[in-house]
Design a binder for this molecule. Structure first.
Ligand code: BG6
Length: 501
């Protein structure tokens, strides 16, 4: 009996997440905007949940001596704003070790080395700094002999400012750490709805069968923000919206939307498929840049009911940096041939919302008639909403109840996260930071992905320099320059309305 029982193949148990091992997490750029707004709150949340092992530490690297005492107070204030209880804030601050060091001075790494001591814990180095510091920091870590066999480095986006600089960074980091211990972060990959995109596609047969040019008419990916420059003028004006949002967040959404099914949910299986999508993106080069892309910059206008200044006024001087990008692209594969994909992202837009809107083809023939007096049949539309009100919405045509004339209208199947699940949606960084410590690279970008994305973006940036050095104007609080509307209307289509905000 036992022998037969042994031969029965049992389904594998659902994979359990490994516990977070003891760690030292070193944050460079600890007094910066990202660390204060996102990294410390995410870690404090994980600490409160009891996920961080007892003896793990967070080492905050600051350059100025006043930050050594000032930063813990700022962190405490920030956590209090997030309604963290006073004892939780204290417990979190006990994990914090402040280290004063200048990332560009090799000698100042001695203080970090001493603070780290001889521990066996997993060492993670988060480089929440501009990309031009990535190489010196990695080199200084190596010179100071701080890197252990399990050490890993986390690189914030954007990685470089073009393909050449990204390669230079990747080469330099690769001389110090292997790819398996290099984590290129794009926090959009840590968002619940972005992860759910894989589940929606590959845990349901319904969509996968119609996920191609046979059934899909067009796809629109929108990442719209209402905020303007905020306090990041130095960084943003040099980067521009293409490097800040499109080369990474928007293109990652595009990849996950379009990938072929990986054979399993494993880092390289997923990343191999993403690279294939990036390689199949049709290049937009030379005069096509003007036809298929629009760059804009916001002027004065209204945002969230308030009068706001234009970008140049906020900045204090004239600038040709774009704060808005729209692109019409195509993926040259059997699955996607002929399906236009419209990307749109900008600051100071009418509403904050991010979504992927998939419009299906119309029915081939309407049995309900198509002449005057007949109801128009709208195409089915699937909206995968990232924020706000993350969830999934499917637009179907329905009969209006009644015994009079047959009346047909569009209605929504609306599945929102907050109503479907009675659990808090974690912030993207909460998941990603512990993934690094666990050693799971699935939601991080591999070197070839980042470089392939730059290889596609570079000719567009070059085309802008040549053909449209001045961005088109749009009023703050609008949907971007009129040229972006023209971009899609030329194809006889229009941007999807954000219906379920
Ligand atoms: C960051 C960009 O990566 O993402 C910011 O640098 C942008 O400019 C932010 O505001 C948007 O993130 P989220 O999660 O608020 O959509």
């Amino acid at each position: 009996m036992d022998a037969i029982a042994d031969r029965i193949i049992r389904p594998e148990a659902a994979p359990q997440r490994t516990p977070v091992p003891p760690f030292d997490l070193v944050i460079f750029g600890a007094s910066g905007d990202l660390a204060l707004r996102k990294l410390f709150p995410a870690l404090a949340q994980r600490n409160q949940e009891g996920v961080l092992p007892e003896d793990s530490r967070i080492l905050a690297i600051v350059r100025k001596s006043e930050d050594v005492t000032g930063l813990p107070n700022q962190i405490a204030e920030r956590l209090a704003q997030d309604n963290l209880a006073a004892d939780e804030i204290e417990a979190f601050l006990r994990r914090l070790t402040m280290v004063q060091a200048d990332a560009l001075q090799p000698e100042s790494f001695a203080a970090l080395k001493q603070a780290l001591g001889q521990s066996e814990r997993v060492r993670s180095f988060y480089l929440s700094t501009p990309p031009d510091l990535f190489i010196p920091i990695c080199e200084n870590l190596a010179k100071a002999d701080i890197l252990t066999p399990t050490s890993r480095v986390i690189l914030e986006k954007p990685l470089g400012r073009d393909l050449a600089s990204a390669r230079e960074i990747n080469d330099a980091v690769a001389r110090i750490l292997p790819e398996s211990r290099t984590y290129r972060i794009d926090h959009y990959l840590g968002k619940e709805t972005v992860q759910n995109l894989l589940v929606l596609r590959f845990a349901n047969t319904l969509f996968e069968r119609s996920w191609s040019s046979r059934d899909i008419d067009n796809v629109q990916i929108t990442v719209a923000e209402t905020v303007g420059l905020e306090s990041r003028a130095g960084y943003y004006d040099k980067a521009g919206h293409m490097r800040d949002m499109v080369q990474n967040h928007v293109m990652q959404l595009l990849c996950l939307f379009a990938i072929e099914p990986p054979n399993m949910l494993e880092a390289d299986a997923v990343r191999d498929e993403k690279v294939r999508v990036l390689k199949a993106l049709r290049p937009i080069v030379g005069p096509d840049v003007q036809r298929h892309t629009v760059r804009g910059q916001y002027g004065a206008g209204q945002s969230d009911g308030q009068r706001v200044r234009g970008y140049a006024e906020e900045l204090g001087h004239a600038s040709n940096t774009e704060t808005f990008v729209a692109i019409r692209c195509e993926i040259d594969t059997w699955r996607w041939a002929g399906v236009p994909i419209y990307l749109r992202s900008g600051k100071r837009m009418a509403q904050r919302y991010s979504e992927i809107a998939v419009t299906f083809k119309p029915v081939p023939h309407s049995i309900f008639g198509s002449g005057p007096g007949c109801d128009r049949l709208d195409a089915n539309r699937l909206v995968i909403r990232l924020q706000p009100n993350d969830g999934v919405q499917l637009q179907l045509m329905m009969k209006v109840p009644g015994s009079g004339r047959l009346k047909i209208v569009p209605r929504q199947l609306d599945l929102r996260y907050e109503t479907a699940f009675d659990v808090r949606t974690p912030d993207a960084y909460e998941r990603l930071l512990t993934d690094v410590i666990r050693g799971d690279q699935t939601l991080f970008m591999r070197r070839d992905e980042v470089e392939q994305a730059w290889a596609w973006v570079d000719p567009i940036l070059a085309g802008w320099r040549e053909f449209s050095p001045q961005p088109h104007r749009y009023a703050a609080g609008s949907w971007g320059p009129s040229q972006a509307i023209g971009l899609i209307e030329r194809d006889g289509r229009s941007w999807a309305d954000p219906e379920m905000l």
